[in-house]
Design a protein around this ligand. Structure first.
Ligand code: RB5
Length: 149
């Protein structure tokens, strides 16, 4: 499984920890930056990861900023992206099972590295349940199509 990883300066340190963790789990990871704590803009990283996931070059993306909010809002502007902000493992598996989330976002200023690793593990090991949830995802896709004319 291939994972696209990215963060702004507010998520840089947690990204480094998560990079090491997901590699140790045997996943293939591409790091889209940022590569230091120098200030940068989360939308620039979000679009790189989100477009790569939308093109299906990666099965999932993981995006980290200070809160996980800005980078997730930006990623969700890319058609086909369903980025879910998770700060707990329940949300992590529900976002896959119910929402078919394809990007996980987290906040370095919100979760510690241990919890973040558990969230990542839970997200990557959970499966979309389909059924009634497919109808709901289809309605999200229809909203996207309505505004992308
Ligand atoms: C950067 O200071 C911070 O605003 C950013 O990482 C993120 O938390 C925005 O949502």
């Amino acid at each position: 499984m291939k994972i696209a990883l990215g963060a702004d300066h507010g998520g840089f340190e947690l990204k480094e920890e998560i990079h090491t963790y997901i590699k140790s789990c045997g996943y293939e990871v591409k790091d889209f930056g940022t590569y230091s704590t120098a200030s940068c803009d989360y939308a620039d990283i979000a679009i790189e990861v989100a477009e790569a996931v939308a093109r299906k070059e990666f099965e999932f993306g993981i995006l980290i900023c200070g809160t996980g909010i800005g980078i997730g809002i930006a990623a969700n502007k890319v058609p086909g992206i369903r980025a879910a902000l998770c700060s707990d493992t329940f949300s992590a598996h529900a976002s896959r099972e119910h929402n078919d989330a394809n990007i996980l976002t987290m906040g370095q200023r919100v979760v510690g590295a241990g919890l973040a690793s558990d969230i990542v593990k839970t997200f990557l090991n959970s499966t979309f349940e389909g059924d009634r949830h497919t109808r709901r995802i289809d309605k999200i896709t229809a909203i996207e199509a309505k505004y992308n004319k």
